[in-house]
Design a protein around this ligand. Structure first.
Ligand SMILES: Nc1ncnc2c1ncn2[C@@H]1O[C@H](COP(=O)(O)OP(=O)(O)OP(=O)(O)O)[C@@H](O)[C@H]1O
Ligand SMILES: [Mg+2]
Length: 223
């Protein structure tokens, strides 16, 4: 581990994340708060990396792990661009690609992402690659779908409903209807409320969703 030279720090929330260098190659070095968090993320990353949908684990020791550096476009930036330009095909493509990643994740691990943050995915060669598995846990896939939809609603550029093509497509990929996940979506929106830019919007979204729950949700009526 000591052979890696720190280039810069990328994050220092719970775990510390660095860009590091060894033999002229760039890697990601993560320093976790404890050994069990390191083991948890390493084990998940290894399983998903077999498919090419997660970075390879290069080195691992105690509370530190070194991962392959994934060069590509952050999913968050791609999503913001697509909503900013009202680019429906781009939003649908993003939903499709995210659903492929999630389905790979469910097939190769017994876990779900539990909480979806678009900043934890990088798009490379048309694939959505997961780079942060710290929140994974046991759960149901539809919790992830609800979490992705709540993230999309709160991070859409412009109005929250500008990302409906993304939401429609994501639900479609999992053969779900809004009514199937409305409770999980409300819970996820409420959980994220404190971090959101505008609490009022969220109340309105939840009210609208609850109102339409009985008859099924027609997204276009919510606008
Ligand atoms: N393998 C990787 N390749 C390229 N960039 C990476 C890789 N791993 C992490 N990064 C970058 O570092 C950032 C932080 O990493 P990570 O998401 O693991 O930590 P975090 O966000 O602090 O953790 P958490 O999301 O649990 O709070 C990512 O958003 C991404 O930009
Ligand atoms: Mg992260």
């Amino acid at each position: 581990m000591k052979d890696y030279k720190i280039v810069c720090s990328l994050s220092a929330k719970d775990k510390k994340v660095y860009k590091a260098e060894k033999d002229n190659k760039i890697y990601i070095l993560k320093e976790y708060t404890d050994e069990s968090s390191a083991l948890k993320e390493v084990e998940t990353a290894k399983k998903v990396a077999l498919t090419g949908y997660a970075p390879q684990v290069i080195d691992y020791e105690g509370n530190k792990a070194v991962y392959e550096y994934i060069e590509g476009e952050n999913f968050y930036d791609a999503f913001r661009n697509a909503t900013m330009t009202d680019n429906k095909p781009a939003m649908e493509l993003l939903a499709n690609r995210l659903s492929i990643f999630l389905q790979i994740m469910y097939s190769f691990t017994n876990c779900v992402m539990k909480e979806i943050d678009f900043k934890n995915y990088i798009i490379k060669d048309g694939r959505v690659i997961g780079i942060d598995f710290s929140s994974v846990d046991n759960g149901m896939p539809y919790e992830d779908i609800a979490s992705a939809i709540s993230y999309a609603l709160l991070n859409s550029v412009g109005e929250y409903y500008d990302c409906y093509p993304f939401i429609d497509k994501l639900l479609d990929c999992f053969q779900l209807k809004m009514i199937d996940i409305v409770n999980e979506l409300s819970a996820s929106l409420k959980k994220r409320k404190e971090k959101s830019r505008d609490g009022g919007d969220i109340e309105m979204m939840i009210d609208s969703l609850t109102q339409f729950q009985e008859n099924g949700v027609d997204w276009h009526k919510l606008i």
